[in-house]
Design a protein. Structure first.
Length: 473
């Protein structure tokens, strides 16, 4: 009789085991029936790893800039923006400088405003004094909000407009913390963004010493509200690749990164790749010489963000990069594609950026699923999300809805974003262990309670999600 009970027990137990769904199966079932809002909430709530491809200036939402500009009056900074053009300059002004004359919503600091003649002063308004219509236009002037705006608007006017907003180190540090807060709320625990220490000025225009700026970052990121985000932050130094003195700048920043490892972990190269002066091999001799002198400087470099097939990704690996930003044209270079399968080289994928900057017309053209399913390490990242008015959840949502990502693929992508972080090994291991635990807890919570598990989750989303997914808040 006892034998019979044992048999029944074993039988029932093995039956229940056979019917237990894996979380992958649960996720597939959920995807089939979930509303856009439910899927968005699920993806917002799910633990994510890090954002490895993030530009601190481009990651600030317009509303964050506005609030921070007003707050900076306390430190003596006042900003003006150009709201009209009164033809104050004669024919022939240089329209290809950092802040061209014939461009609206160029932002300047008060000390620059005071140097203008009265005609040009009349073109500007203090940002705190913008009327509602001007304010709305100002907010829209630094995001891609119209169908006519794409790559040229982004590269040629957005940065020119931001202009002097980039040279206040307190504002820069506060806005990185703002990003940490927003990323923390959507389940990220790591942010690697680029931010420099040169070119910063006081309210009167006098320059900061680079060590002073470094201290401002260190102190700001150690404050309570920054620590409370649960997001570990590290910085990269970005080189604009096509400038005349790029080699000298690279030498300086390489040395700076090597000697400030507490916060700085790598060097990046940015700027249009279709500018011939910025091609990767230009920097090979310089980087080889720098490697004779320094250790511990990681390279994550934009490559293959290009419409034409070329060997920029191969050449960038030759420079010593272990992470490739974008890597869009890799399918046009099969030898390098094969080299990257099951490799240590990660591609930082920026789905929204690539669409809005017209590197793909739609997602049927995007190589992300090809890379992912061929075993090339990939992670999703946000690039200049302030200008897209989006967040990391939008990248996940885009991936799931366009490429039918499985749960395992999502989790692997998140883990990759930590495994390939440039942070020290000990911290990286802690982040990975924590990620594993948070994923397990998330799976259990959803298995037990379904969407009721996320009753308290209120996703913060912006105009990209509203326009593209009809998920509006
Ligand atoms: Zn980028």
């Amino acid at each position: 009789m006892r034998m019979l009970y044992l048999l029944i027990f074993l039988c029932v137990n093995s039956m229940s085991f056979a019917h237990a769904k894996t979380f992958d199966e649960e996720f597939e079932a959920f995807k089939k029936t979930a509303s856009a809002q439910a899927l968005y909430t699920f993806l917002y709530a799910m633990p994510k790893g890090g954002d490895l491809h993030n530009h601190s200036t481009g990651s600030n939402l317009s509303e964050w800039w506005y609030a921070e500009i007003l707050a900076q009056q306390e430190k003596g900074y006042r900003y003006y923006t150009k709201v009209k053009i009164n033809n104050c300059r004669a024919y022939g002004s240089n329209e290809f400088t950092q802040a061209p004359y014939l461009l609206l919503f160029v932002n300047i600091q008060a000390y620059e405003y005071e140097k203008l003649d009265s005609c040009e002063q009349s073109e500007y308004v203090g940002i705190q004094d913008l009327n509602p219509e001007q304010k709305k236009a100002w907010l829209n002037s630094i995001r891609l909000d119209k169908s006519s705006e794409g790559r040229d608007e982004f590269f040629q006017t957005h940065w020119a407009r931001i202009n002097s907003l980039m040279s206040n180190p307190y504002m820069q540090a506060n806005l990185i913390v703002k990003n940490m807060q927003a990323f923390g709320a959507e389940g990220l625990t790591y942010l690697e963004t680029d931010a420099g220490v040169r070119g910063f000025v006081h309210p009167d225009g006098s320059p900061f010493d680079s060590e002073e700026v470094y201290q401002i970052y260190l102190e700001r990121f150690a404050q309570k509200d920054a620590l409370a985000t649960g997001v570990t932050v590290r910085l990269q130094y970005a080189l604009v690749r096509f400038i005349t003195q790029a080699e000298d700048a690279l030498k300086w920043m390489y040395g700076f990164v090597a000697s400030h490892p507490e916060l700085y972990v790598g060097v990046d190269m940015v700027g249009r790749e279709d500018n011939d002066k910025g091609h990767p091999l230009r920097f090979l001799p310089t980087l080889r010489a720098l490697r004779h002198q320094y250790h511990g400087v990681n390279l994550s470099i934009h490559a293959g963000e290009s419409d034409e097939p070329n060997h920029h990704i191969r050449d960038t690996l030759l420079l010593g990069a272990t992470r490739i930003g974008h890597g869009l044209n890799l399918t046009g270079d099969p030898d390098t594609l094969l080299l990257m399968r099951y490799s240590q080289y990660l591609i930082e994928i920026n789905l929204i950026s690539n669409l809005l900057l017209e590197y793909v017309d739609d997602y049927t053209q995007h190589p992300f699923p090809e890379y992912l399913r061929l075993g090339i390490p990939v992670a999703l990242s946000t690039d200049d999300r302030g200008m897209w008015d989006s967040n990391m959840t939008d990248e996940y949502y885009t991936g799931v809805t366009n490429f039918n990502l499985s749960w395992s693929e999502l989790v692997k992508t998140g883990a990759n974003s930590l495994a390939h972080a440039f942070v020290d090994e000990k911290t990286k291991q802690q982040l990975l262990d924590d990620y594993k635990q948070r994923i397990a807890a998330f799976e259990k919570a959803f298995s037990d309670k379904k969407m009721a598990a996320f009753e308290k989750v209120k996703p913060e989303s912006y105009s990209f999600a509203c326009k593209q997914f009809k998920v509006c808040h």
